[in-house]
Design a protein around this ligand. Sequence first.
Ligand code: KG4
Ligand code: ZN
Length: 345
Amino acid sequence: MAILKAIRGFQVSNILGIETSCDDTAAAVVESGSIRSSVVSSQDEVHGAYGGVVPELASREHVRNLLPVIDAALGRAGRTLSEIDGIAVTCGPGLLGSLLVGLSAAKGIALAQGIPLVGVNHLEGHLLSVLIERSVPFPFLALVVSGGHTSLHLARALGNYALIGRTRDDAAGEAFDKAAKILGLGYPGGREIDRVARLGDPTAVRFPRAKLKTKGYDFSFSGLKTAVRHYVSGAPSVPVTDVAASVQEALVDMLVETSCAAAVDLGVTCLVVVGGVSANSRLRARLTGKGADCGLDVVFPSIPLCTDNAAMIAYAGWCRFERGSVDDLDLGAEADLPLEPGWHS
Ligand code: KG4
Ligand code: ZN
């Protein structure tokens, strides 16, 4: 700890990022905010047989994969560990066992190399991922839409994020994945529904869109999942491509309506859409169109930065190092770590 504190004030430009919050093992090197390498080892084959992430298997796979993934990230960046001057690691939210694998490795490297460590909130990593590729002026509204989260945050400045709305039940990615499972499509389901839906008619089946009666910008997706299950149990003759396109349309409608309404009400001019579901082609097209109608600039990361990766963690860590922030080696992992204003100030 004393060594790390003594390092404060030194310039930290080559950051090694480590991300193991769910089922992707990822490492990346970011130099002064630019990506030098980003390596993601997917566990889809392991969890595919179960139709969802099995936490114990995820931790075991991270243990097996993390060091080779870090080596690959360093190799592709043309850097050795001794050229790295800071470590950024996801410390929450996520699966506790998975987070601890990354956090333990990060602490070990920081201690052995005598370099500083910062813990990064996974949601802040997603939220800042668009800034790696282009500048976006604050304040902006961020829709974080992934397998574990669906929430709207007003980003006022780096590190200052106010929660505006969130899902009351399933995350949108979870709804995609569960609907895909019911439809007998592959895993992970969001990407499969996106692929199959391109061949289908989005108006074929009118699935329900949750309209929350209370004021605010919350989401609800569990009713849609139930509706899909009921619909499929009736053995319909409608082609699966049409059902997939109709499910996707219902999910996209809910995301587009609520996030654009929130952006307009808050008076922001930019809506940033991040997380795995932001890779969805229909969501991208519909939000871009509706954004143009509402005078909103709608910004998405490039596809590799939508789903979990360590480049966004290294970048968010670099932003924190730039502001003089460093964590001690007693940093813990938190499964439900919130993203509130000043959570790490
Ligand atoms: O951000 P992410 O990689 O992990 C979490 O933090 O949860 O998001 C994974 C989620 C999964 O539910 C996956 O099905 C969904 O993102 N996803 C998609 C697409 N690509 C990934 N959902 C819809 N369309 C896609 N193209
Ligand atoms: Zn994520």
